[in-house]
Design a protein around this ligand. Structure first.
Ligand SMILES: C[S@@+](CC[C@H](N)C(=O)[O-])C[C@H]1O[C@@H](n2cnc3c(N)ncnc32)[C@H](O)[C@@H]1O
Length: 490
């Protein structure tokens, strides 16, 4: 019984957390946190395994339990039910859905109580499966898992650098149309086999996330590139032309680098003149960047530089740089795909011994609030330095700063710190107005962040600053959470 009692306490905490608007942590973190809080003796690995499964099936189990009327006759003591709803849920889970299909405890009144309902529980479970047209409930849970974890759209862009002879994308689009025969007007209407033509980014298309594209010849030959829509915003905002020299400060894996190249070259490169300096600090990631640049067909115009942008990039070494893409490391809080991390951590947990101290430390999701604040402070100071370094280049005219974070600390507040910086002011940098930053995109920066520092009527108008920024919400806006802003000087 001790195990079920411990698991009930943890499940209560999980239920409370799930009721919040934003769940702070994966299932694994929540379990570990509660186990520590209550100093539980039961093995957290075991509790996690049971609760992970029980939580997935909870809506179905609750239906079955309700139909079997198991919650209606719970014996009472001093007017209060003797058994908790969640302990009963756990027992029913083990009886109906665990591998052994049995309750793992010795003789106990609660076990006797549940077993009294064994037949109605089983028959209600059979009825539910018939209704759902599945042989096993795992079939519905698995497909829900996959759907919840997939991005709402798979975004693909046609790469004009691989469209011979002059970057005409029409033949590639014609190929795509053969595979995706139905054109839809909204990305939310996408179904397998259909295609959506994006209204914000040229040559960008949305397809259904379950549609496979990586085996397609167009993909293999770099004629189409998978890239989230929001991640295409920076190059489109920078919009460099044939006379520009661009520095991509943080390049790997290279999506924005090759997208930027498509604006500069607009078709297959015709010379070997370096037009983009692509910096990447991590040597391993730089290898991926090299590969991406090659596949995208623009290696002759891109100079990949492995090292720290703030140390290696100087106006002397990158002569005449006019535009910058600064997309530094961030918390990644706009990126979803929790199942991946959950399964990753489950694997990590499985690999460890039975200790209680398995606290993963890499992802923001797994962090306590204070830890997150400390990490955000570190990240924003690094992000500030990266943009400020770009701003110090004398020929620079335009800098696009972006993150895939939803936190104001890494977004609007970095912009504020830059605008307040004396050197930045002397260099003459301003936030570009909405008219120059994909004006039709509806979701803009957070005006309240700017309003806390700047007042209307001063050099910086909070509303105008916020309007100059772009935000994208994860999933709701068709992909990852994102932030972009453009600094310019005339
Ligand atoms: C968010 S990712 C960039 C994604 C890339 N812009 C794209 O769209 O494919 C940030 C990258 O910056 C690199 N990085 C971090 N600090 C850096 C520095 N000081 N100089 C150059 N690159 C850095 C990281 O290794 C990481 O690969």
């Amino acid at each position: 019984m001790n195990f079920y009692r411990d698991a009930t306490w943890v499940l209560e905490d999980i239920e409370k957390e799930a009721a919040k608007e934003r769940i702070s942590g994966s299932m694994q973190t929540l379990v570990l946190r509660s186990c520590k809080k209550y100093k539980l003796k039961s093995n957290p690995k075991h509790i996690y395994a049971v609760l992970d499964s029980c939580w997935k099936y909870k809506p179905y189990l609750e239906k079955v339990m309700k139909k079997a009327r198991i919650l209606e006759d719970i014996p009472k003591k001093k007017g209060k039910p003797l058994f908790s709803r969640l302990t009963l849920l756990l027992l029913c889970h083990d009886l109906l859905l665990s591998k052994q299909k049995r309750i793992q405890m010795g003789k106990h009144p609660i076990k006797d109580y549940v077993l009294k309902f064994k037949s109605p529980l089983h028959s209600e479970m059979v009825k539910l499966k018939l209704k759902l047209k599945v042989r096993d409930l795992s079939e519905v849970v698995l497909s829900e898992d996959i759907t919840n974890d997939l991005p709402p759209v798979r975004w693909i862009r046609i790469n004009p650098l691989k469209c011979h002879p002059n970057g005409d994308t029409e033949p590639v689009l014609a190929e795509l149309r053969k595979k995706f025969t139905l054109k839809v007007n909204e990305w939310s209407d996408l179904v397998p086999g259909s295609i959506y033509y994006d209204e914000y980014i040229p040559n960008l298309f949305g397809i259904h996330p379950t549609d496979k594209i990586t085996a397609h010849e167009l993909y293999k030959h770099g004629k189409i590139i998978i890239q989230d829509r929001a991640s295409c915003f920076p190059a489109h905002i920078l919009h460099p032309g044939a006379d520009d020299i661009v520095i991509d400060a943080c390049s790997a894996p290279g999506n924005k680098t090759t997208h930027t190249a498509s604006y500069i070259c607009s078709g297959p490169p015709k010379d070997n003149i370096i037009r983009i300096y692509a910096f990447e600090k991590d040597p391993e990631r730089a290898k991926i960047l090299q590969k991406m640049v090659k596949v995208a067909g623009c290696s002759s115009n891109i100079d990949v530089k492995v090292g720290d942008f703030t140390k290696l990039a100087t106006p002397d070494k990158c002569k005449g740089a006019t535009g910058f893409i600064v997309d530094p490391s961030c918390s990644g809080s706009g990126i979803f795909g929790r199942k991946f991390f959950d399964s990753l951590n489950k694997r990590k947990m499985d690999e460890k011994d039975d200790d209680n101290d398995v606290i993963p430390d890499e992802q923001e999701e797994f962090m306590a609030k204070e830890e997150l604040q400390t990490r955000l402070a570190k990240l924003s100071s690094f992000q500030f330095q990266m943009v400020k370094h770009a701003m110090s280049f004398p020929a620079a005219k335009k800098i696009v700063y972006s993150t895939c974070s939803i936190h104001a600390e890494e977004n609007e507040r970095v912009v504020i710190d830059l605008l307040l910086d004396k050197a930045v002011q002397e260099w003459g940098w301003k936030v570009a107005p909405r008219t120059e930053v994909i004006p039709s995109w509806p979701r803009r920066g957070k005006v309240e962040e700017f309003g806390e520092v700047f007042r209307n009527g001063t050099a910086h108008n909070p509303r105008q600053l916020a309007e100059g920024c772009i935000r994208a919400l994860p999933k709701e806006d068709g992909g990852i959470g994102f932030f972009a802003v453009c600094f310019e000087r005339k």
